[in-house]
Design a protein around this ligand. Structure first.
Ligand SMILES: [Fe+2]
Ligand SMILES: [Fe+2]
Length: 307
């Protein structure tokens, strides 16, 4: 078994915009059921827990993103039986507050001393262009803050960085695919001026799972679905896409643009697409209609278990 492959993956949604405890578990998808997990909280944002086992039985545990803030993340972690002190890495997908906002509270609550892996451009002051011409925000994440929260400097990953057997954080993702329609609403404040934000910090987790293929986990996917898949392929050439899971940021697309995304995904022919968070309810509905059983419902507490 080459060290470039993982042999088992467990992926659990910890924070998402949606919660539903009435979905039947099936195959590798285990949904939360009524009972204690009825108390799981939905919130605008994203966080997920991954356990990735290598060929020698060693497991790398990752908390990928931290939700919008407050007590939601530790509340859901506790209900899901996940101990964040067991994480080998904390990984931030990009510097938007609905992904980093819960980190300071979590780090303080659990006295976390875990390395944070992120892109150097995830730090800085960000905003969002509003329809009426205003700016939502600003939200500021500083490198020195995360260093203080976690007692150590972050690992700055500009390019692909291997975190375990068959497990990488993508690093910055080149924008190449004509199929992607990139969200134009992001702003970054530099020298006191708001500028369009190219979101070059956006990065995905890439798992090369033996016998399945690539599992790509996204935070907001601001780099675009097909650019992100291409970045995963560049890390693991020749490996087919098995699953795409996470926020896909398709909420601003019109019907024609969505159709282009669907057509591209049908060509990619993944076994599973799990659209969450900023994908948006309308785009989720279109994806489910068009991809059928390969695009199941998503919720906080969903676990995808693959070996
Ligand atoms: Fe974002
Ligand atoms: Fe987001």
């Amino acid at each position: 078994m080459p060290a470039e492959q993982a042999v088992r993956l467990s992926f659990t949604v910890v924070v998402d915009n949606n919660v539903d405890v009435f979905l039947p578990s099936q195959g590798p998808l285990q949904y939360p059921q009524p009972g204690p997990k009825s108390m799981l909280l939905a919130a605008q944002g994203f966080s997920s827990w991954l356990e990735v086992e290598g060929p020698d039985g060693e497991t790398t545990r990752i908390l990928y993103d931290f939700g919008r803030g407050g007590a939601v993340l530790p509340h859901n972690l506790e209900l899901l039986g996940i101990d964040p002190t067991q994480a080998d890495y904390l990984v931030l997908s990009h510097g938007h507050i609905d992904h980093y906002g819960g980190l300071s509270y979590l780090a303080a609550k659990y006295n976390l001393r875990t390395p944070l892996v992120t892109h150097p451009r995830s730090f800085g002051e960000r905003g969002v262009r509003q329809a009426g011409g205003g700016v939502a925000g600003p939200w500021l994440l500083e490198q020195k803050e995360t260093t203080a929260w976690l007692g150590q400097a972050p690992i700055l990953a500009e390019g692909p960085t291997q975190l375990g057997p068959g497990l990488w954080v993508s690093g910055g993702i080149p924008r190449q695919s004509p199929r992607d329609v990139l969200w134009p609403g992001g702003l970054r404040r530099q020298n006191g001026e708001w500028q369009p934000d190219s979101l070059e910090d956006d990065q995905a987790l890439v798992i090369n799972l033996a016998g399945r293929g690539l599992v790509v986990v996204t935070g907001c996917c601001h780099a675009g679905v097909f650019n992100t898949i291409a970045a995963a392929r560049a890390i693991c050439p020749g490996v087919p896409l098995y699953a795409l899971a996470g926020g896909l940021h398709l909420n601003f697309l019109d019907a024609g643009q969505l159709e282009g995304i669907v057509a591209g995904l049908l060509e990619e022919n993944p076994g599973l697409v799990l659209p969450m968070h900023c994908t948006g309810a309308l785009a989720q509905q279109v994806l489910r209609n068009r991809l059928g059983a390969r695009c199941p419902f998503t919720t906080v507490g969903l676990t995808l278990a693959l070996d």
